[in-house]
Design a binder for this molecule. Structure first.
Ligand code: UDP
Ligand code: MN
Length: 368
């Protein structure tokens, strides 16, 4: 090749490379417009949403008026969900937030008849990593579990039944107890959740508790749409619908202190129960209603929270350290548990001990 040809060849190659780079960046830009990071994409994926209503709505289904009809829509309306922080610009102040275990208030909702069947595995596993921060909200005295939780079993005196009123009553006591503490984050879980404490901490560390944050995972694909019982005014002779997202309680969720303080005028001192009763929705839905509808703040979609409304077996073992919560449900053919290698199913039917061993292999019950 002559020197002139070589120069010509180089120029042509540069132009081709530049075109490729431009096309690639256009493609990336276009994709980022379509699908915010962290939102499940279309098409079958192992952790795709199940086509069924979450348990939270079935509690209230007899008496809440849903304006949505038919089966759940196939895709999130992504415009309405707040994106996780790594897709928005992180200011230096946010980067410096250092969350320590002592900043957390962890509440676990439970009931007398589940103390033995559900608390035992929690006490053996993740509770040991956050004993001072974790409180169990139950509905009866239980000296044995009072001792085993180091005095962290709170008798809410709420009813022991599984109805909306009883569950809202417990949430109300959880919220008020958090407000009375000096903690920066309120994190609620069910007693069939495993909480990955280090991951919870590192996730919260990305957000400032002095700003308004509501982190969790919705269990329906579109915002909940209900008739606005509050509005007196009729629009064209009809009541208007309202739409809002809520984080499903069975996967757990966290609220920053700043946001909790803003919720306080409507939700503290037992007022949370009145809101539940007024809108006739379950506790976790009512939290979403207060934050998204009344306060106009957004839920931040945090896919690392998991409830048993998702099939647990599709969570890959290698991804366990990256998840914040896990759950289990069912029996026999309907069993929905993690696929976690480790202990025998007879010793570890929930798979939480095996999960714990995968994350923290030094525990005495872990296989060597
Ligand atoms: N629960 C309760 N009182 C009851 C039944 C359940 O406080 O009478 C609590 C239970 O301890 C758990 C949550 O409500 O933290 C959800 O209950 P469960 O897992 O049995 O039901 P599902 O997840 O199917 O709604
Ligand atoms: Mn459950």
């Amino acid at each position: 090749m002559s020197p002139a040809m070589r120069v010509h060849f180089r120029v042509v190659m540069k132009a081709v490379l530049l075109c490729c780079a431009a096309a690639l960046s256009m493609l990336c830009f276009y994709r980022s417009l379509q699908l915010p990071h962290g939102i499940p994409s279309k098409g079958p994926s192992p952790s795709a949403w199940q086509e069924r209503a979450p348990r939270s709505l079935s509690y209230g289904s007899r008496d809440y008026e849903s304006a949505s009809t038919g089966p759940l829509a196939p895709q999130y309306d992504t415009n309405e969900l707040q994106q996780p922080l790594d897709t928005v610009e992180v200011t230096p102040a946010q980067q410096e937030v250092l969350t320590s275990l002592g900043d957390l208030f962890i509440s676990v909702k439970t009931t007398l008849s589940y103390h033995r069947s559900r608390l035992d595995v929690i006490l053996k596993t993740w509770f040991t990593l956050a004993q001072e921060e974790t409180w169990f909200f139950s509905d009866s005295q239980d000296p044995e579990y009072q001792e085993r939780t180091n005095g962290h079993l709170i008798n809410t005196n709420c009813s022991t039944s599984h109805n909306r009123k009883a569950l809202c009553c417990k949430m109300s006591v959880e919220f008020d107890t958090f407000l009375r503490s000096d903690k920066k984050w309120f994190c609620h879980f069910d007693d069939d959740n495993y909480v990955n404490i280090p991951k919870l901490l590192s996730t919260l560390g990305k957000y400032s508790p002095q700003e308004d944050w509501y982190l969790g995972r919705p269990s329906i694909r579109t915002p909940l749409e209900i008739l606005d019982r509050e509005k007196k005014k009729l629009v064209d002779g009809r009541k208007e619908n309202i739409k809002f997202w809520f984080a499903t309680g069975g996967a757990g969720f966290c609220i920053s202190r700043a946001l909790a303080l803003k919720m306080s005028p409507v939700a503290s001192g037992g007022k949370f129960i009145s809101v539940c009763e007024r809108i006739r929705l379950p506790d976790d839905v009512t939290i979403g209603y207060i934050i998204e509808h009344l306060l106009k703040k957004k839920l931040t979609y945090t896919p690392e929270f998991h409830s048993h409304l998702e099939p647990m077996k599709f969570l890959r073992q290698e991804s366990f350290p990256e998840q914040i919560t896990f759950s289990y449900s069912g029996q026999g053919r309907d069993l929905n548990v993690l696929k976690a290698e480790g202990l025998d199913e007879r010793i570890d039917p929930t798979r939480f001990m095996s999960l714990h061993c995968y994350l923290f292999p030094h525990y005495s019950f872990c296989p060597r």
